[in-house]
Design a binder for this molecule. Structure first.
Ligand SMILES: [Mn+2]
Length: 434
């Protein structure tokens, strides 16, 4: 049985465990106009791809919990359109290639959906994400309710499929880990080449070009998110995206970039000197962030939590900031009172998978969720000292450092999927050889 069929079986088992006559409906990602008649690049919805592996727009996948069958509504074959846009799987392909038990042209959805929804009590559907599709569903539900006169019943409960599919996606199976390893390997290449390439006088976008070129060259479909290439003071801007500054001698360069491979993301940050050599204050900040990151990674094991990982990073960073004279007073008090926040204002981790900020609950009954084997998270502490902070010793102003790796939780601890990308001061010196 193929990977997607297995996932559908698991989803159906989970549906059956919760309600005996459930049905789940997953619309494909909508298309978006970029400008005039040009669309944004299309990427299938992650849940849809996870369950079906079918990546065309204008489609709907329906899992029937009673019959345990997959019904698909898809774009029909259209020789004239296919001349322009390329081949479509069509109705026959949905059955032959993607395992649908029933398949129809998408134009028949309005007519057929009320009857498909009938005689199910629970409907799994994510409300509020695609408002245009919500409207279609409301109309169908209305018509299903009108069928009550004929003895049919209708879904009286709508449940967010997050409790179904997102919990499955949170723990990665071997197939998924394999794809994440591949994404990590390509991202490794890209960061290493960027380190070897950067020079004072170059623009940030030239380095972005190296990253994107490397992603595509090794078969990545696209970056997993917009690449951040921030030099000098731009390294202190968390979501810097212009990537158009001319890099100067003495700058640090912060690169937060990762590719997507087979629908799985990598998410890596490295910070290194544009001229290959850290200044003393830069190195002091860098080694502090590295110490915090290694402490955070060390805390990744089954039973630990994202909160515990964050706490470890905060402890190391705050004590270091006091040691360097950037924060004053008692370090434990600074931790308790969160006076580190002007220099470390974000959380340390997020889930990683098909989405760069991946799905899956962060809390269980309001408590931080224990880590377990198969979860993948980032560990990405940083220190950001804005150039204008006159309350900080002058030598540290304008320094921004973040270090981020992708950590797979294993049965006994963790595996750093991106740990081979140069990271220590010595490794960076070697990678930046001029
Ligand atoms: Mn991240």
């Amino acid at each position: 049985m193929c990977m997607f069929a297995k996932r559908r079986e698991t989803a159906l088992d989970r549906m059956a465990a919760r309600a005996k006559d459930a049905i789940a409906l997953f619309p494909a990602a909508p298309t978006f106009i970029r400008n005039n008649d040009v669309e944004h690049e299309y990427r299938q919805d992650s849940d849809f791809h996870y369950l079906v592996g079918y990546d065309e727009p204008a489609s709907v996948a329906i899992l029937d919990g009673k019959s345990r069958e997959l019904t698909m509504f898809v774009r029909p074959r259209d020789p004239e359109r296919e001349v322009w846009d390329g081949p479509r799987a069509g109705v026959d392909g949905a059955k032959a290639t993607f395992g649908a038990h029933h398949a129809f042209p998408i134009a028949e959805l309005t007519e057929k959906l009320p009857k498909i929804l009938a005689n199910h009590r629970t409907l799994y559907y994510r409300l509020g994400r695609d408002r245009a599709f919500d409207e279609k569903l409301f109309d169908a539900l209305d018509r299903t309710r009108a069928m009550a006169r004929t003895g049919a019943y209708w879904p009286t409960e709508i449940v967010d499929p997050a409790v179904l599919v997102h919990e499955m996606r949170l723990r990665k199976g071997p197939d998924e880990v394999e794809l994440m390893r591949k994404a990590a390997a390509i991202t490794h290449q890209a960061h290493a080449l960027a380190m070897g390439h950067a020079r004072p006088g170059m623009h940030e976008y030239e380095i972005e070009a190296v990253l994107l070129n490397t992603f595509r060259k090794w078969g990545s479909e696209r970056p997993a998110y917009g690449s951040i290439v921030g030099s000098g003071p731009n390294a202190t801007v968390l979501h810097y995206r212009q990537n158009d500054r001319k890099m100067e001698d003495g700058d640090l360069l912060l690169i937060d970039a990762g590719c997507e491979y087979g629908y799985y993301a990598s998410d890596v940050t490295r910070t290194f000197p544009v001229n290959g050599t850290f200044s003393k204050p830069q190195q002091a900040i860098y080694e502090l962030v590295l110490e915090a990151q290694l402490a955070g990674i060390e805390a990744c094991r089954p039973g630990s939590t994202l909160d515990a990982v964050h706490r470890r990073c905060v402890e190391v960073l705050t004590r270091g900031l006091v040691r360097l004279g950037i924060l004053s007073g008692d370090p434990e008090k600074a931790i308790a009172e969160e006076t580190f926040k002007p220099f470390y204002m974000h959380r340390t981790s997020h889930w990683l998978g098909m989405d760069v900020h991946d799905v899956g609950g962060y809390f269980e009954d309001s408590l931080p969720r224990p880590l377990s084997a198969g979860m993948v998270l980032t560990v990405e502490p940083g220190i950001y000292i804005a150039a204008g902070r006159t309350d900080v010793p002058a030598e540290y102003r304008g320094i921004g450092v973040r270090i981020e790796d992708d950590i797979l939780v294993t049965a006994t601890g963790h595996e750093n999927l991106t740990g081979a990308i140069p990271k220590t001061v010595d490794e960076l010196r070697a990678a930046c050889v001029r």
